[in-house]
Design a protein around this ligand. Structure first.
Ligand SMILES: [Zn+2]
Length: 139
């Protein structure tokens, strides 16, 4: 199963954050809510976006310039809304099924999801302000 190693912003403890988990991650050292940002692909996407919490899916590709603008904004949101928002990054080049399912012809494309269903779609790079406002609206 996929996972990411995330350094705790508070105490620096390195934590393994799995792609699939029922609840949000907490630091093993100081127990604060950790930023919830994972990578998913065709094999684990459905399980990665399951659940009652708000999910923000980032459909991106390594060759996409605007995707590089969006990436740090989403990382910031995952820190700001730790414990309430899960950011799921999907590389469309290596995840053709997910890309097809959500018709990701133009990227970056971001999907707000809850309970596995899309509740809002954002196409193209947006400012941090726009992304934060949308996140707050859907929380
Ligand atoms: Zn910690």
């Amino acid at each position: 199963m996929g996972s990411r190693v995330v350094a705790c912003p508070s105490c620096g403890t390195k934590n393994r954050v799995p792609t699939i988990s029922a609840g949000h991650p907490r630091c093993a050292g100081c127990h604060i809510d950790l930023p919830w940002l994972v990578d998913a692909g065709d094999a684990d996407f459905t399980k990665a976006v399951k659940g009652k919490h708000l999910v923000l899916v980032d459909l991106w590709a390594p060759w996409c310039g605007p995707c590089r603008t969006v990436a740090p904004i989403l990382e910031k949101l995952s820190r700001q809304f730790a414990g309430r928002l899960k950011v799921v990054k999907v590389n469309v080049d290596t995840s053709p099924s997910v890309a097809k399912r959500y018709e990701a012809r133009s990227i970056p494309m971001m999907l707000f999801m809850r309970d596995g269903k899309v509740i809002d779609t954002v196409v193209g790079a947006q400012s941090e302000h726009v992304m934060r406002t949308l996140t707050e609206r859907h929380l």
